[in-house]
Design a protein around this ligand. Structure first.
Ligand code: AVJ
Length: 335
């Protein structure tokens, strides 16, 4: 978003400046920590978002195809769990490709509420959705979906159905995922339903191939983080001196992505010097993989009762539906 504002030649706004300060603080803090790390959310500048789009088309990267396949084949079944007049609230909507499948299959949905930090993108998507679904109210909300936000007034009395596809939940630590599910419950309210897309545990070869594609797009996606740091934070990382590493850590049930330093070296970022040992890595992403049972257990702890789960023929990916039973647990100080 910041990059877009710049490329349009406009002055950075106060908000952009805050975003940029936070980016600098997160990167410097993460690179001074041991082991070194940078939050995965910073992958998604304009180039990173385009690279991720390309990843979803790669032959090795099964999650997007599997999830779309499940949504298409199970659309009628999923639709049965969506009440008449419902508002579908998508957390981190981005491009609404997956929501479109549900909206087509469930004409009883009265309103679609895409929630995303990038207001420009969801407004653009909304403008494309409206003519295709003339009876649907499309009510975008610009917000960080991990923070609290208000649903539009117009859907306050409608049944609420949350939608969180893409295994984005896998980017959270398990305790954060539990906290997010409780948070979603507080936003959606009593009686709500929730549809979550989650990547499943599977043979390591399949996972390792998905994050080490032959065409090298995932490597480019990972290294683009350093490019972004160089451009936006005045960094001087030499991209030829870092290498993409991705592997399934079965003990922790996650695919880890790292950038490994090919030699002992120093780099400057936001005025600070960071030193690397040969082989030292920057941990850039965790992508947790769940069993259906493990996710259901997390959800139960957050007040959600499992209703149904669907998978593809290989059991690679799952779509899971829940219903809010109890009041969600109160916010704890640690959250
Ligand atoms: C968008 C977080 C689901 O973890 O598979 C793809 C991001 N990283 N290839 C994932 C990603 C490397 C993706 N998520």
């Amino acid at each position: 978003m910041v990059a877009l504002a710049r490329s349009q030649g406009s002055q950075p706004s106060a908000e952009d400046q805050d975003d940029q300060d936070l980016f600098a603080a997160d990167v410097v803090g993460g690179l001074q920590a041991s082991p070194k790390r940078v939050p995965a959310k910073y992958f998604y500048d304009d180039t990173g978002s385009l690279l991720f789009e390309r990843i979803t088309d790669l032959p090795e990267y099964y999650p997007t195809r599997c999830e779309m396949g499940i949504l298409r084949t199970q659309a009628a079944e999923i639709s049965k769990l969506i009440p008449q007049g419902a508002a579908l609230v998508e957390f981190g909507a981005g491009a609404s490709k997956k929501a479109r499948i549900l909206l087509k299959a469930a004409p009883q949905i009265a309103a679609y509420v895409p929630v995303d930090i990038c207001g420009e993108m969801i407004e653009r998507e909304a403008a494309e959705l409206r003519p295709d679904f003339p009876a649907l109210k499309v009510l975008p909300v610009t917000a960080d979906f991990t923070q609290s936000f208000a649903l539009p007034e117009e859907v306050s009395t409608a049944p609420h159905v949350g939608f969180f596809p893409g295994s984005t939940i896998g980017n959270f630590e398990p305790h954060e995922a539990a906290a997010f599910l409780a948070h979603a419950g507080r936003i959606l309210g009593p009686g709500a339903r929730l549809i979550v897309g989650v990547d499943l545990i599977k043979p390591a070869e399949v996972l390792n191939a998905a994050y080490n594609d032959k065409a090298g797009v995932t490597a480019e996606f990972n290294l683009n983080l350093l490019k972004r740091i160089n451009r936006e934070l005045g960094g001087n990382f030499n991209l030829d001196c870092f290498e993409h590493h991705a592997f399934f850590n079965r003990e922790r049930s996650r695919v880890e992505m790292h950038l490994a330093s090919l030699k002992k070296q120093k780099a400057k970022v936001a005025g600070e010097t960071v030193e690397f040992r040969a082989g030292e890595t920057i941990h850039t992403e965790n992508s947790y993989k769940y069993s259906t049972e493990k996710l259901a257990a997390l959800a139960r702890g957050a007040g959600w009762r499992p209703l149904k789960a669907w998978t593809d023929e290989n059991n690679y990916f799952s779509i899971q539906a829940f219903e809010l039973t109890d009041e969600p647990p109160p916010v704890r100080a640690a959250e």
